[in-house]
Design a binder for this molecule. Sequence first.
Ligand code: BG6
Length: 297
Amino acid sequence: AQVTISHNNSRVSAVLPTGDSIEVLLHGATVISWKDSSGEERLWLSEASALDGSKAVRGGIPLVFPVFGTAPDHPAVGQLPQHGFARITRWEFLGKSTSEAASDSVKLDFGLSSENLDDKLRSQWNYKFGIIYSVTLERNSLSTSLVITNEGDEPFEFQTLMHTYLRVKDITSLQINNLENSPYVDKVDNLTSKTQDGPVTITSETDRVYTPAGGPKVPIVVADASGQAVYSVVRDTLDDVVIWNPHEAKANSIGDFAPKDGWRNMICVEAGAVKGWQRLEAGDAFEGAQVITPGPL
Ligand code: BG6
């Protein structure tokens, strides 16, 4: 059995012989589906999300670059839309590679550079850059990695993040482990700096930027009531993790969020570099990655 890859004008999909599959929209290079070998969807995607390139995708894995949120006080990115331009620009499909055995993994590469930006976005952020984004599907894991290069002759600063919407059965009965003792900024409490005490549970709107105390290699684990891992997320270079769940009221206020009780079935665990700024000198590269391993839903 072989890996099956299909590619049309708007999306690329790949299926392993084991049944694991992914689908990536060229718009934003957004992974919009990841199914495990039992056929279970592992990413949450809003039923009301635009998928036609008119807006950022509400669900899957949108990419945040070069600004997380907005930064009106940071002139270089101050005019950009929320979360930057990577998630609202069409990427190029650069091709695929498969492993030796050609059947147990597939890597899809996508590229974005200054030339892909429309005039308005380029005028808002006029640096020469290149990004290669690789999405690797293996039996029982999904990895995404970014290589960002400065192709101009002046330094630039950026933030980046993989805004992963993980699908869960019922967020109210889950907890997130391995953030104990980690500092975080609470975006729903006036950006107050706090320290995590015990596991994270979702009992109201949650929007926090953690810098996990154990560093990127200690997995952030979404666990069920018995402690069994539903997801484990390991990072490379990306020091921060945003935990976001809009809960009932915020979900109601987001136009493209559907169904309205969909907040029960998702948790965003977002690996990134978003506290402060990454400075990239001319000719330099930044690499960051995550590996997500699913357990039983
Ligand atoms: C999270 C932010 O990463 O993304 C939240 O921390 C934000 O503050 C959320 O609400 C969704 O953003 P958007 O632009 O996709 O609605």
